[in-house]
Design a protein around this ligand. Structure first.
Ligand SMILES: [Zn+2]
Length: 284
């Protein structure tokens, strides 16, 4: 089933007097949402017991938890020590994900440093193969690992690069398509249903319908410059976009069931709900 939810706790949550993540399960359920992304952007710092408690409470409320691995990951690094650190960031995230009882981990592929984009991509694919090997060895073969499309032109993670990464892995390696990021790096890619269809058709042609049906989606409106992403906005923006309505119409038409995480700046819960409400209205 298609799922909608926010990334992290929003301003509204604390304004209503809530303090701890564990309280967010019941809160999101009451609002009618389905999932929640826990960000380890600045490092994996949660204790296993705390993650288990949160996971149990969220499961009781029917809210599925995904995690976002640390932003420091760079699979294109030329330094072996940093490559080892990548493993720690990824496998600490998967350990926490396991404790939460979740299934999905998103990560940023990396950036070319001191090399051409092509060389950096070759190195990244080699390093990613190692990650995939260890993922099975460490007992995480059932968890989904989702390389994300990135918003800055200089970063690895355009649509084709993420497709390349997903082709390397089995059915658990599914793309995280951040439509706000793709819209930013292409300086306004999505204006109509057909624009979204081009991306989704390309994904289906290259990765197959089963991976696309279960793909991870990040959605927010994002301000950009000629270099790509500048900052996340809220759904109140009507300059940069993209609009979510045509995308949800495509998901409906194609009968796809992605896991959709809203990353609006501070209004991510309200905006996730706006997306779900619109999607549900398409049934009528
Ligand atoms: Zn991300």
């Amino acid at each position: 089933m298609i799922k909608f939810g926010p990334s992290g706790l929003c301003a509204q949550f604390s304004e209503q007097g809530y303090k701890h993540t564990i309280q967010a399960g019941a809160w999101l359920k009451k609002l009618g949402l389905d999932c929640f992304e826990y960000s380890f952007g600045r490092g994996v710092q949660i204790k296993a017991d705390t993650a288990k408690e949160i996971g149990k409470e969220f499961a009781d409320c029917g809210i599925e938890i995904s995690v976002h691995a640390p932003y420091f990951i760079n699979l294109a690094t030329i330094e072996e020590e940093k490559a080892q650190n990548n493993h720690r960031y990824i496998f600490d995230s998967l350990a926490a994900l396991r404790a939460f009882g979740g299934k999905r981990c998103v990560f940023h592929p990396g950036s070319p440093l001191k090399s051409t984009r092509e060389d950096a991509m070759q190195l990244l694919l080699k390093r990613f193969e190692k990650v995939l090997e260890l993922k099975n060895e460490y007992g995480y073969s059932d968890l989904l690992l989702c390389p994300e499309t990135m918003g800055k032109k200089a970063q690895l993670g355009n649509l084709e690069e993420v497709i390349e990464m997903c082709k390397l892995g089995d059915e658990t390696i599914v793309p995280c398509i951040d439509f706000g990021h793709l819209n930013s790096r292409e300086c306004g890619l999505y204006n109509s249903k057909d624009d979204y269809k081009k991306t989704i058709d390309r994904l289906i042609d290259t990765l197959g319908e089963s991976k696309v049906d279960r793909m991870h989606v990040h959605f927010s409106k994002i301000q950009y410059t000629s270099n790509g992403e500048l900052r996340h906005l809220t759904f109140d923006d009507n300059i940069y976009g993209p609009d979510y309505e045509p995308l949800l119409e495509v998901f409906k038409e194609y009968k796809l069931n992605p896991y959709i995480v809203c990353e609006s700046a501070g209004t991510q819960t309200r905006d996730a709900l706006a997306m779900k409400t619109y999607y549900m209205s398409l049934n009528k």
